[in-house]
Design a protein around this ligand. Structure first.
Ligand SMILES: Cc1cc2nc3c(=O)[nH]c(=O)nc-3n(C[C@H](O)[C@H](O)[C@H](O)COP(=O)(O)O)c2cc1C
Ligand code: SF4
Ligand code: SF4
Length: 253
């Protein structure tokens, strides 16, 4: 079994490790130009962004040549609602010609700083509480259960917030600011970025407008020096069972 994951703050990596299989980070597969994936079972463990798949994940699934008898995708999300995400994924799976597949979702800490308070999120959610749900997902996959969504949403393209288009994403990092009094020029933000969107210029991080919106740089900055417009406070989050080095190994370009 091959399990492909994408993570900004460690939730998807934690989940992928629990589910098992041979783990591959999608940003590393893209970096290595690896688009042929073959096994009896191939799975994806990825976060939900703005009611859909992260743009980079959707692109990778579209482009990859995936050969498997059974495919699964677990969409981890913050509980803020996923609207038509499962319909979008199921349609994509059908386009790919997958016939034997399993889709499921699980709620973890919501790392979207403009809407959620990390102090509260960390207080009410943790990995231990998820054990029963993760065990069930593992069993389902082990038993090669099929789960298709019950009621596909037909006109999901017309939903108002389905908005990961190029224009929007080209502007998203304009909402980030660096507190130069706090930044020590350590370059961790550069290393955790899955698309190489940050470069240090004279020890000051610069963003280059191809952000994937994963918020990895913001959450992983040891000085909390990166801020996003309208953030609730400067509390940050990394999954408690995942190390910074694991996120760097997953994302560094
Ligand atoms: C840009 C962005 C958009 C998000 N959109 C949603 C969403 O539409 N619905 C939801 O429930 N959670 C949403 N989330 C929360 C993440 O899906 C959730 O925190 C996930 O566990 C993060 O996974 P990771 O730690 O592997 O990066 C969003 C997070 C980000 C950064
Ligand atoms: S991780 Fe934070 S402290 Fe380090 S260079 Fe980036 S912004 Fe500065
Ligand atoms: S710039 Fe920050 S938020 Fe954007 S893709 Fe890179 S790490 Fe993620």
């Amino acid at each position: 079994m091959k399990t492909l994951y994408f993570t900004g703050t460690g939730n998807s990596l934690y989940l992928a490790k629990q589910i098992g299989g041979e783990l591959f980070s999608i940003p590393q597969l893209i970096k290595d130009k690896t688009y042929n994936i073959e096994d009896d079972v191939v799975g994806f463990v990825v976060p939900c962004y703005y009611y859909t798949l992260p743009r980079l994940v959707e692109k990778y699934i579209r482009q990859a040549n995936i050969k498997a008898d059974y495919v699964f995708l677990i969409l981890n999300n913050g509980g803020g609602g996923i609207v038509a995400a499962m319909t979008i994924i199921e349609n994509l799976f059908k386009e790919k010609g997958f016939t034997h597949y399993y889709l499921n979702k699980i709620v973890m800490v919501d790392n979207f700083l403009p809407c959620y308070d990390m102090i509260y999120e960390k207080k009410v959610k943790n990995n231990q509480l998820l054990e029963p749900e993760i065990t069930k997902i593992k069993e389902d996959i082990h038993n090669k259960l099929e789960f298709n969504i019950d009621e596909p949403i037909k006109d999901y393209h017309n939903l108002p917030e389905y908005n990961l288009n190029e224009l929007h994403m080209d502007q998203i990092d304009e909402d980030y600011t660096i507190d130069l009094d706090s930044c020590n020029g350590c370059g961790i933000c550069v290393k955790v970025c899955p698309v190489g969107n940050i470069k240090l210029e004279n020890t000051i991080p610069n963003f280059f407008h191809y952000c994937e919106w994963c918020m990895s740089c913001i959450h992983n900055c040891p000085k909390r020096a990166i801020h996003i417009k309208n953030e609730i406070n400067d509390e940050r989050f990394i999954n408690s069972d995942i190390s910074l080095n694991e996120i760097i190994r997953s994302n560094e370009q």
